[in-house]
Every structure is written in structure tokens, then in C-alpha cells.
Write a protein of this length. Structure first.
Length: 161
């Protein structure tokens, strides 16, 4: 496989899933079988833990980079990209709707993290170094905000059970 081929495959898959999710949101279409599953507390907790595990997996990559473990971070770069590109699927399985109030903010930030990550999958060149740096900074900043929103969501979810 050519260098970067997996990254471009992840980008195509991510853009396709993101596009389908946004089209579903705009059309207001809901899958009735999944709707029934999403009314159950056990299902919502399990699918929420899957999303939380995905976020933790993604942050592990950042931890490796920040702690200077360059070789381990490099080995995890492709799995990080692929997991990020596939993120719309567990989000959809957890909730078919964007939500209202802070849940809308949480969903939009989650999707913005995904979108900025997909932009970062483009090959980096000298002429694109500054825009890429801005995208990475935005991706990390949104990811940090996502952690706070997720923490609040978990707190609220268990507070009202």
C-alpha cells in the first residue's frame, strides 16, 4: 500500500459517514428499530461507554505525543485516524438526533472535532504548513472542550437517573 493511502481511505470513509449523518439529521429520518433500542437505559449506557472508550482511545494518541513517546505515537497515528473517521457510527448508534441545549452543543463539537480531524488527514506540504497548524490547533482545542462537555453529560445523565 502506498504511503498515505490508508489516510485517504479513512478520509473518504469519514467524509461519507459524516455526510450521511448530516443528511439524516437534515431529513429528520429515524430508524424505528434503533429508536426503540435508544429508549432503554442499558442500551444508552452501553453505547455511551463505547463512545467514551473511543474518546479515551483518541486522547491516548495525544498523550503519547505530549509525553515524548514519538515511536509509540507514530505507530498509533493510523489507528487514531481510522477511529476518528469512523466516529459518526457510534455517535449515531448512541443517538439519532443532535439534541437540544447542551446536547446540541456536545453533538456539534463532537462533529467539529471529526471534521477538523478529517481536514488534517490531507497530506501536509510546505505551502500548507500554516493552515495545517491552525487546523491541528483547532482540532485539539475542540477535543479539549469535548472532554468537558462529555464530563458534564455523564454527570447530568447519572444525576437524573
Amino acid at each position: 500500500m502506498m504511503p498515505g493511502a490508508r489516510g485517504s481511505s479513512a478520509r473518504v470513509a469519514g467524509l461519507l459517514m459524516l455526510g450521511l449523518l448530516l443528511a439524516q439529521q437534515l431529513a429528520g429520518w429515524r430508524w424505528p428499530g434503533l429508536d426503540r433500542l435508544q429508549t432503554g437505559d442499558a442500551y444508552m449506557q452501553l453505547s455511551g461507554f463505547v463512545l467514551l472508550a473511543l474518546v479515551a482511545h483518541q486522547w491516548y494518541f495525544s498523550f503519547l505525543r505530549a509525553s515524548g513517546q514519538v515511536a509509540r505515537a507514530a505507530a498509533m497515528a493510523e489507528p487514531h485516524k481510522l477511529a476518528g473517521a469512523c466516529a459518526p457510527l457510534p455517535l449515531y448508534l448512541h443517538s439519532q438526533v443532535i439534541g437540544h441545549g447542551y446536547l446540541a452543543v456536545l453533538s456539534v463539537v463532537f462533529l467539529a472535532v471529526l471534521a477538523t480531524g478529517l481536514l488534517n488527514l490531507a497530506p501536509a506540504g510546505r505551502s500548507r504548513a500554516a493552515p495545517r497548524g491552525i487546523r491541528v490547533l483547532l482540532h485539539v482545542a475542540l477535543s479539549t472542550g469535548l472532554l468537558f462537555l462529555l464530563g458534564y453529560h455523564v454527570y447530568i445523565s447519572y444525576l437524573y437517573e
